[in-house]
Design a protein around this ligand. Structure first.
Ligand code: IYR
Length: 229
């Protein structure tokens, strides 16, 4: 007789429910999933075609399933479809990007970016129907008002954003990882509390028809993996 649940340190542990699949099915799934992820591209040309709020809610729910340090889920996702706010974000981002491209970035950095054809202009911040801004919660307050740092915050929100990007791709939508730097203008525009810091901005929507992306190649397995058997 197997117990449905057990107690450890006074906390309930339940049986992990995972459907066992055959090794052949496993291999097939892993190949199909690789092909699916390999078909994702960062897209900068967006259509203004609307995307339902319910869909964005599902994407954020998926992102929030990510593992996190001590299961603190140290994130807030702000989803913006309001045109005025999107315009404010674009104006503020382009001010920072102008400074980046003209003064902060090295020649080497700009040369590395040349294949991506990026510049200080960020029209997608207004064209895309939604902007999702991921904020990391560096610390939180408990019931007594005491401040506690969260754990592995960058790792946690990074994983969560990776899952969000995959969910966006799975929904047939496109995005790109936009990191206007510094990003504190986002806290001001979206009125976020002090314990939250902007981590990543993801415009979400349908691609423009056609949308052009740079003809990039990914590294081969041999260049990214070493096996010790
Ligand atoms: N944040 C700037 C510059 C930029 C930097 C890197 I590294 C990129 O991969 C892409 C862009 C911008 O968004 O244009």
């Amino acid at each position: 007789m197997v117990a449905d649940s057990i107690q450890i340190n006074g906390y309930t542990h339940i049986i992990h429910n995972s459907d066992l699949i055959s090794e052949e099915q496993s291999l097939q799934n892993s190949e199909a999933f690789f092909r699916f992820l390999d078909s994702r591209r960062s897209v900068r040309d967006f259509s203004d075609r609307p995307v339902a709020k319910e869909l964005i809610e599902n994407l954020i729910k998926s992102a929030s399933t990510a593992p996190s340090g001590a299961h603190k889920q140290p994130w807030t996702f702000c989803a913006v479809s309001n045109s005025e706010l999107k315009s404010k974000i674009r104006v503020a981002a382009e001010i920072e990007e102008k400074e980046n491209y003209e003064n902060r970035m090295s020649e080497r950095w700009k040369k590395d970016l040349a294949p991506l054809a990026t510049d200080m202009h960020k029209p997608f911040l207004e064209t895309a129907p939604w902007l999702i801004i991921a904020f990391k919660k560096v610390y939180e307050f408990d019931e007594t008002g005491a401040k506690h740092n969260n754990y592995y915050v960058n790792e946690s929100i990074g994983i969560s954003c990776g899952m969000l990007i995959s969910a966006i791709h799975d929904a047939g939508l496109v995005t790109l990882t936009h990191t206007p730097s510094p990003m504190n203008f986002l806290s001001k525009i979206l009125d976020r509390p002090k314990n939250e810091r902007a981590f990543l901005l993801l415009p979400v929507g349908y691609p423009k028809d056609p949308a052009y992306v740079p003809d990039l190649k990914r590294k081969e397995l041999e260049d990214v993996a070493i096996f010790f058997e």
